[in-house]
Write a protein that binds this ligand. Structure first.
Ligand SMILES: [Zn+2]
Length: 258
C-alpha cells in the first residue's frame, strides 16, 4: 500500500525549464505521473511565503509571512507536519536554506538535516541533502519526507532564469530526483513541484513566469499521463494528508488532488 510521501521541491524551477534542460528522466517522470506544467503558486511569489502556504495550505495574507523573514502567526494554524505528528506519523526534512526551519513547530519532525547552501554552494548542497534523505529513508522510512533542492533559484539569481547555467541547475536537480526516486521503497508516493518560477534575475511578481509551477503526482492513486487541472500550491498539504491517511486541518484552504 502506497501510504507514504516523498515531496521534492526544486526552488525556482520553471516548468518550461524541465522541457529544455536536456535531462531525459524528466520525460520518464512525466509518463509515470499525473502532471501539470500550469499549477499556480501564491503571491508574493517569494520562497518563504510560498513554502509557508504549501505547508499551511492558506494564502500568505492568512499566515502573514510576506517576505523571507518568518513572522510568528497571530492565530497559529497546524501545518502539514504538526497534523501528521498529531496522528503519530513521522516526518523528516532535508534542506539547504535555513529559513525553512520555521516551516514546522518544535517537535514536529523526527529528523531535520540542514546543509548550508551559502557555505557549501547549492550545487554541492543538492547531492548532500539527497544522499542524506536516501540514507534516512533506508534506515527509518518516515511517513513523510521533504527534500528541498536549492540550486535552480541560486543559478537563476546568479545568471538569469532560463540561461545556460540555470538550465544546468534544473538538469542537475532532475538527476537528484532520479537518484532518490529510483531507490525508493514501494510504499512511497512522489510529489515534485517548485515554490515559484522566475524571470531575468528575480521573482516575486504576479507575472506568469513567476507564478506558474510544475506539479508531478506519482503513485498508485494517480493516472500516469493525466492532467491535473486547476492545481494550486495550497492543494499539496491536503493531498499529502489524504495519501498518508490523516484528516486535514479545518483551517486549510486547498483541495486534495487524490
Ligand atoms: Zn529566489
Amino acid at each position: 500500500m502506497m501510504n507514504k510521501v516523498l515531496l521534492i521541491l526544486a526552488d525556482g524551477m520553471r516548468p518550461d525549464a524541465i522541457d529544455r534542460c536536456g535531462n531525459s528522466y524528466a520525460a520518464t517522470l512525466m509518463k509515470e505521473s499525473a502532471y501539470t506544467p500550469a499549477a499556480r503558486t501564491v503571491f508574493p511569489s517569494v520562497t518563504l511565503p510560498c513554502h509557508m502556504s504549501l505547508f499551511l495550505s492558506v494564502e500568505p495574507g492568512r499566515h502573514n509571512t510576506l517576505t523571507n523573514t518568518y513572522v510568528p502567526q497571530v492565530r497559529p494554524i497546524n501545518g502539514l507536519c504538526e497534523t501528521l505528528r498529531l496522528h503519530k506519523k513521522r516526518s523528516a526534512f532535508f534542506y539547504s536554506w535555513e529559513q525553512l526551519r520555521d516551516l514546522t513547530r518544535p517537535d514536529s519532525l523526527e529528523l531535520s538535516y540542514y546543509a548550508n547552501g551559502h557555505i557549501f554552494g547549492y550545487e554541492k548542497a543538492n547531492p548532500m541533502v539527497t544522499t542524506a534523505a536516501i540514507n534516512h529513508i533506508r534506515e527509518s522510512a518516515p511517513d513523510f519526507v521533504f527534500l528541498y533542492l536549492g540550486y535552480p533559484d541560486a543559478a537563476g539569481h546568479g545568471f538569469g532564469w532560463m540561461g545556460k547555467e540555470y538550465l544546468e541547475s534544473v538538469r542537475e536537480s532532475i538527476e537528484r530526483m532520479e537518484q532518490i526516486i529510483t531507490t525508493l521503497p514501494a510504499e512511497y508516493n512522489v510529489i515534485v513541484t517548485a515554490d515559484h518560477g522566475g524571470h531575468e534575475r528575480m521573482h516575486g511578481t504576479e507575472l506568469a513566469e513567476d507564478m506558474t509551477i510544475p506539479l508531478f503526482l506519482r503513485g498508485e492513486r494517480f493516472s500516469p499521463g493525466a492532467d491535473i487541472p486547476n492545481a494550486s500550491i495550497l492543494d499539496i498539504a491536503p493531498t499529502i494528508a489524504e495519501l498518508i491517511g490523516v484528516p486535514r486541518d479545518e483551517d486549510w484552504c486547498g483541495k486534495s488532488l487524490v
